[in-house]
Write a protein that binds this ligand. Structure first.
Ligand code: NAD
Length: 477
């Protein structure tokens, strides 16, 4: 069992109750084992973060920006090994793993610049209607923050929290998913390499019990969580028990709306990217296809042809368009939905079965004319499973898209930009793409409405999420 946990600037072997086995999903074979962090190790990580806080929050924005740029540099130096680790542990195609590393590097660079740019506003005087008073604004670190992340974009989800938290002057205890922990261990190795003061970043690896030890801990000032709604709700209850802030990035069941004037060749590409990127294991998967009735059959024919042409396989065995599902449990879940579809008599146009490979592969799948009552239409599947429905008017498309307990993202496809912008405004989600793949820019926000979460990541909003605003007010002398 190797050293797994990064606590107070040192690597420790776990003393927790679980053995964490890390797998290569393309082969279904183990690649590493760790012992989870125990509750006392979580205590020690939080104590180290608390001890490191006064000095770290007192550094200047310029000093913290320099550290963030070192993180970006070090990620860049580890680019190839991080690409291969994500291919091996997540089953990501090489080109997708490369996008993730670029995203993480860009995120550290962006928050370095943002916190530097904000520096002149520190202690800036507020214009008051009362001329005999003086007040100034301060941006202060929230304090010790717990960060809990899932396995589907491990490098990226962690960067989206870690970079703004460190930029704000917070100290951190990060709990990666037990499924992909080696990817986030890299952040500890980087902290070591750049001489980050002990305790500023701590990493504890473990399953639900380690996560709960962190999220229930009285020593945190804030918790930021990305993951499932079931766990998010538990994490929110813990935050409520301590009356402290929480950010939640949860699940989705997002719509992609295709109007009758769409270019079907492009629409097909965007639809497939929205459901097959990361083998559909995306909170933002546009898994509900709403298509104008007049083009529905033509689009289905194109989609089936394109889905059947996708190269699905082990990313190390050659160029692939889609890898395996990342866990055996995820594959079992997708198979459960295939069984439900069969029992409901849904029309399966493509896929609906596993693929004859060693690992955890499923075929990219399309069900058409899925009723709104089907679990396949309402629940997050987290696999390459697309369900479609037809609409006949703009109003109906909007109503169908908004008829979900989730509200993360949506895509609108139409050559009529006025209509596309109008529909985008009417959709109850956090981000809408028009005639595009899901291009995510660090300057724009990420997060959802309704059951998809609370708060926003990326952009200035994520920096604000780790800052506390203070005003100092006095009579003028
Ligand atoms: P999960 O909720 O099972 O696990 C997420 C993290 O929480 C893991 O680190 C896990 O170990 C930890 N955890 C589990 N039980 C816990 C508990 N009781 N207390 C504290 N922590 C606990 O989710 P997952 O299967 O890893 O990820 C998939 C989910 O994440 C999907 O629902 C997906 O939509 C969501 N997700 C959302 C976003 C977003 O930005 N909105 C991004 C990526 C993934």
């Amino acid at each position: 069992m190797s050293l797994a946990h990064y606590i107070n600037g040192a690597w420790e072997t776990g003393s927790g109750a679980n053995v964490i086995t890390v797998f290569d999903p393309s082969l279904g074979q183990p690649i590493a084992q760790f012992t989870s962090a125990s509750s006392p190790q979580v205590d020690a990580a939080i104590a180290a973060a608390r001890q490191a806080l006064p000095a770290w929050r007192s550094t200047t924005p310029q000093q913290r920006a320099a550290v963030l740029r070192q993180f970006a540099e070090q990620l860049q130096q580890r680019r190839e090994s991080l690409i291969e680790l994500q291919m091996q542990n997540n089953g990501k195609p090489r080109q997708e793993a490369a996008v993730d590393i670029e995203d993480a590097i860009g995120t550290f660079r962006y928050y370095a610049q943002l916190v530097e740019d904000q520096a002149p506003q520190q202690d800036r005087e507020v214009t008051l209607a009362a001329p005999d008073y003086h007040s100034r604004t301060r941006f202060e670190a929230v304090g010790v923050v717990g960060l809990i992340v899932p396995w589907n974009f491990p490098l990226v989800t962690s960067a989206w929290k870690l970079a703004p938290a460190l930029a704000a002057g917070c100290t951190v205890v990060l709990k990666p998913s037990e499924i992909t922990p080696m990817i986030e261990q890299t952040y500890g190795q980087i902290a070591d390499a750049i001489g980050l003061p002990a305790g500023v970043l701590n990493i504890v690896i473990g399953k639900a019990d380690t996560g709960a030890a962190l999220s229930n801990h009285p020593g945190l000032d804030k918790l930021s969580f990305t993951g499932s709604n079931a766990v998010g709700s538990q994490v929110m209850r813990s935050a409520a028990a301590h009356c402290r802030p929480v950010t939640l990035e949860l699940g989705g069941k997002s719509a992609i709306v295709v109007f009758e004037d769409s270019d079907l060749v492009q629409a097909t590409d965007w639809i497939i990217a929205g459901i097959c990127w990361n083998a559909g294991q995306m909170c933002s998967a546009t898994s509900r296809l709403l298509v104008h009735a007049s083009i529905a059959d033509a689009l289905t024919t194109r989609l089936v042809a394109a889905l059947e042409k996708l190269r699905v396989g082990n990313p190390f065995a050659g160029e692939v368009d889609m890898g395996p599902l990342t866990t055996a449990a995820q594959r079992a879940k997708v198979l459960e939905y295939f069984a439900i579809a069969e029992s409901e008599g849904l029309q399966c146009q493509a896929g609906g079965h596993t693929l004859q490979e060693d690992g955890w592969f499923v075929a990219p799948t399309l069900y058409t004319d899925v009723p709104a009552t089907s679990r396949l239409w309402t629940e997050e599947i987290f696999g390459p499973v697309l369900c479609s429905q037809r609409f006949s008017s703009e109003e109906q498309a909007i109503a169908l898209a908004n008829d979900s307990r989730f509200g993360l993202v949506a895509t609108v496809i139409s050559q009529d930009l006025d209509r596309a912008e109008r529909v985008a405004n009417a959709l109850e989600v956090g981000h809408v793409w028009i005639n595009s793949v899901q291009a995510v820019f660090v300057e724009t926000s990420w997060g959802g409405t309704k059951g998809s979460g609370i708060g926003r990541e990326l952009g200035p909003w994520a920096l604000a999420a780790y800052q506390s605003i203070k005003h100092v007010t006095r009579p003028r002398v």
